[in-house]
Design a protein around this ligand. Structure first.
Ligand SMILES: Cc1cc2nc3c(=O)[nH]c(=O)nc-3n(C[C@H](O)[C@H](O)[C@H](O)COP(=O)(O)OP(=O)(O)OC[C@H]3O[C@@H](n4cnc5c(N)ncnc54)[C@H](O)[C@@H]3O)c2cc1C
Length: 397
């Protein structure tokens, strides 16, 4: 098996295929980096509560399970041949072909006039953690009291539904400590997309006078030199720091592979196996796939287990789609913790089960239980580290 991407979904599927096949299915894991820098809790790097090194975990920790690591960037995907072209870190190129191809490559971004996704140092997104997080952290450190922070929130589906509002809260907290400032949230949607009550209370309560939350303000274009974004409201907003979250979509190589239908942005899959509905033998898990489950690390981990289970059953000669006990019991879950201040957090969970869609004919993952914290507090903040530690240990070690 070839697994592309060693984040939450890719590392987990590699580990579980090795574990549940008794080490008999060979797995090659391709990722350009020797370690994964996690977005989860990365907003705490911005306010200095954590270091980037604390959010970084080496792929070699999966070594004991016997997955082979290849360090390189997949530049193209041939889904019909189940092969990928990889530029290795020594700049040579190789082609890898598997019985099955598992794509777990996270997200890419849509085009924004005036914005160069490769040279994003002036206006960082910091929505793929690593260098981008460090750039935004440093810009925030340099922003003086009274400074203006502008951020854009794309339309759903995007990675981590509460994440942008969580970031707005933490930046407001930073500015409050500096002695004041403004946080302007330009939201492409008509309202807050997750934990609306919590974030509304924070914006109009502890961050009153700092946060301006502006709905229906979709990003139209950007002027990097003057740190200015232009919105669908016809209004432009300039800031000392501009944090632009562009529209999300599957990564470039996936968009160009034929795995995403024209006019769509994510790869459609059967949620019983995460096999592409367009190309047999190719599985897509985590943020890249098109089921309407939240794009979260917890969810990526959950999907990876369903996918690994199906693949090992297929390898053993069973049909996971014909196993009625299995199909009736496919569930996934998601959890996001949101720091609201330097030492307090809220949370959001959602559980999904395989079942009939509203049309009464097709099947999908349906939300069966959704919950959120009644308030943000220090206890949730402490629980957040326990939850994250469990998720990291399960996914990467
Ligand atoms: C600020 C913030 C806070 C968040 N908080 C939470 C939270 O509280 N809870 C939660 O569950 N989720 C949270 N998330 C969301 C979570 O980080 C993502 O949903 C999760 O990382 C998705 O996992 P993935 O495996 O699909 O992608 P990723 O974890 O991004 O992994 C993708 C991997 O693919 C590799 N890759 C990409 N392109 C290529 C290529 N061409 N060739 C080879 N390899 C490639 C990358 O190097 C990377 O290692 C948060 C996100 C952000 C931005």
């Amino acid at each position: 098996m070839i697994v592309v991407g060693g984040g939450f979904a890719g590392s987990m599927v590699a580990k579980y295929i090795r574990l549940s096949s008794g080490g008999n299915v060979a797995v090659t894991l391709v990722d350009p980096s020797p370690s994964h820098v996690s977005c989860v809790l990365s907003n705490l790097v911005l306010n200095g509560r954590m270091q980037l090194s604390e959010r970084t975990i080496a792929h070699s920790k999966l070594g004991p399970y016997g997955a082979q690591n290849v360090q390189g960037q997949v530049t193209s995907i041939d889904p019909a041949a189940r092969s990928v072209t990889v530029t290795l870190n020594d700049s040579t190129t190789t082609k890898l072909t598997g019985d099955r191809l598992i794509l777990a490559m996270g997200i890419g971004f849509g085009a924004v006039p005036g914005w160069d996704p490769v040279k994003t140092t002036t206006i960082p997104h910091a929505w793929i953690a690593g260098q981008q997080t460090a750039i935004l952290r440093d810009q925030l450190r340099a922003l003086p009291a009274g400074g203006i922070f502008v951020m854009t929130v794309p339309k759903k589906p995007y990675r981590c539904p509460p994440g942008p509002y969580e970031r707005a809260c933490l930046v407001a907290d930073i500015m409050k400590r500096k002695g004041g400032g403004k946080v302007v949230v330009l939201d492409a949607s008509s309202g807050i997309q997750a934990e609306a009550d919590t974030f509304n209370r924070a914006f109009t309560g502890i961050y009153k006078g700092i946060v301006s939350n502006i709905p229906n303000a979709a990003l139209v274009s950007v002027d990097a030199a003057s740190r200015k974004v232009n919105t669908s409201l016809g209004l432009s907003f300039a800031g000392g720091v501009v944090n632009m979250l562009p529209p999300h979509q599957a990564p470039d190589a996936v968009m160009k592979s034929g795995l995403v239908p024209t006019g769509k942005f994510w790869a459609p899959v059967d949620p019983l196996t995460y096999e592409s509905t367009l190309f047999p033998g190719v599985h897509v898990i985590g943020d890249t796939q098109a089921t309407e489950q939240p794009k979260s690390a917890h969810m990526a981990n959950s999907q990876a287990k369903v996918c690994a289970d199906a693949i090992v059953r297929l390898w053993q000669g069973f049909d996971p789609l014909a196993d009625l006990d299995r199909t009736a019991n496919i569930t996934t879950n998601s959890a996001c913790y949101s720091p609201i201040t330097y030492s307090e957090a809220s949370w959001l969970t959602a559980n999904f089960a395989y079942g009939l869609a509203k049309d009464g004919k097709t099947y999908q993952m349906n939300p069966v239980q959704v919950g959120e914290a009644e308030k943000w507090d220090g206890e949730n903040f402490e629980d957040m580290f326990t939850w994250a530690s469990n998720l990291f240990t399960d996914s990467f070690t």
